[in-house]
Design a protein around this ligand. Structure first.
Ligand code: CP
Ligand code: NVA
Length: 311
């Protein structure tokens, strides 16, 4: 996430935000969720437009952002990647300097994180990361909201099992900022990015949290309140899917792994899920699974993020 109006220019990830600001967004997300249930309407984006640029497929992020902008009284404009051909028809910098003349907010899903950063640095309007190869911050905000609703955000142990990917990176960032207890358990060679890990751990040291890495899922979930998993091959890694399937098999969130955790453990997944790969159908459909609440929370968390950036 980045913001121009009231915040320093280098606010480029959750890790760069003050704890109080992220906590305030989660508080606001809870309020916005209750207001929506009551049918209360607000329009802080009245007369303003948000540009949605998605270079990768999306269900949850695309729909929840479009609904979020609409429910905040704004107008969402969808710009298909083939229409603008960023970097081919026109340099990213020029695209950004055009978009800022028309819209008040840019929401972008990209492959390389550098494209997002260029947009964020060039456009004098806030840019929200709707997923890049490196980070998925809005997912992590919704995840923190879900954990807060179902447990104790600072005390409960969250164990991420799988690939050290964009989702893991943003979970580490949010855990570091909010003082959460997080274990990221991956096969060797698939650990999260060392720079992201270092920074998240520095934040955790200051916030009272703890972020550990591991490679033994059964050991890792022993004290887990929440087990989280994501696909083994992310968008853009389709060529590696077969090789990864073999490598990640011991990291499947299945009935045996859940049985190794405390009886009250809950299961999270950012979705889309591949049943029979990173999670079994039985665990996915079980009463432990919070995945659709987690998906709904994308909407509420993103509304709070948009409000914070646009206020
Ligand atoms: N979790 C998530 O970002 O889903 P989509 O890819 O469908 O947006
Ligand atoms: N790690 C996955 C998350 C999808 C929401 C991906 O990037 O494809």
């Amino acid at each position: 996430m980045s913001a121009k109006p009231d915040l320093p220019e280098d606010f480029l990830s959750i890790a760069d935000w003050p704890t109080a600001a992220i906590e305030a967004m989660l508080d606001r997300a809870v309020e916005l969720k209750a207001m929506r249930r009551r049918g209360e309407q607000i329009a802080p984006l009245a007369g303003r437009s948000a540009l949605m640029y998605f270079a990768k497929p999306s269900l949850r992020t695309f729909v929840s952002f479009q609904v979020a902008v609409t429910e905040l009284g704004g107008n969402a404009v969808f710009l298909p990647p083939e229409q603008v051909q960023i970097g081919e028809r026109e340099p990213t910098e020029d695209v950004a300097r055009n978009l800022e003349r028309f819209v008040h907010l840019i929401i972008a899903r990209t492959y390389g994180h550098d494209l997002l950063e260029t947009l964020a640095r060039q456009a004098r309007v806030p840019v929200i990361n709707a997923l890049s190869d490196l980070l998925h911050p809005c997912q992590a905000m919704a995840d923190a909201l879900t954990i807060r609703e179902h447990g104790d955000l600072r005390r409960d142990l969250l164990v991420y099992v799988g690939d050290g990917n964009n989702v893991a990176h943003s979970l580490m960032n949010v855990a570091g900022v909010l003082g959460m207890q997080l274990v990221v358990c991956t096969p060797e060679g698939f650990e999260p990015d060392p720079a992201v890990t270092r920074r998240a751990r520095e934040l955790a040291a200051a916030s009272g949290g703890e972020i550990r890495l591991g490679s033994d899922p059964v050991q890792a979930v022993k004290d887990a309140a929440f087990i989280y998993t994501d696909v083994w091959a992310s968008m853009g890694q389709e060529d590696e899917a077969d090789a990864r399937r073999e490598r990640f098999r011991p990291y499947q969130v299945n009935e045996d792994l859940v049985a190794a955790a405390p009886a009250a453990v809950r299961v999270l997944h950012c979705l889309p899920a591949h049943r029979g790969e990173e999670i079994t159908a039985g665990v996915f459909e079980s009463g432990r699974s919070l995945v659709f609440e987690q998906a709904e929370n994308r909407l509420h968390a993103q509304k709070a993020v948009i409000e914070a950036l646009m206020s």
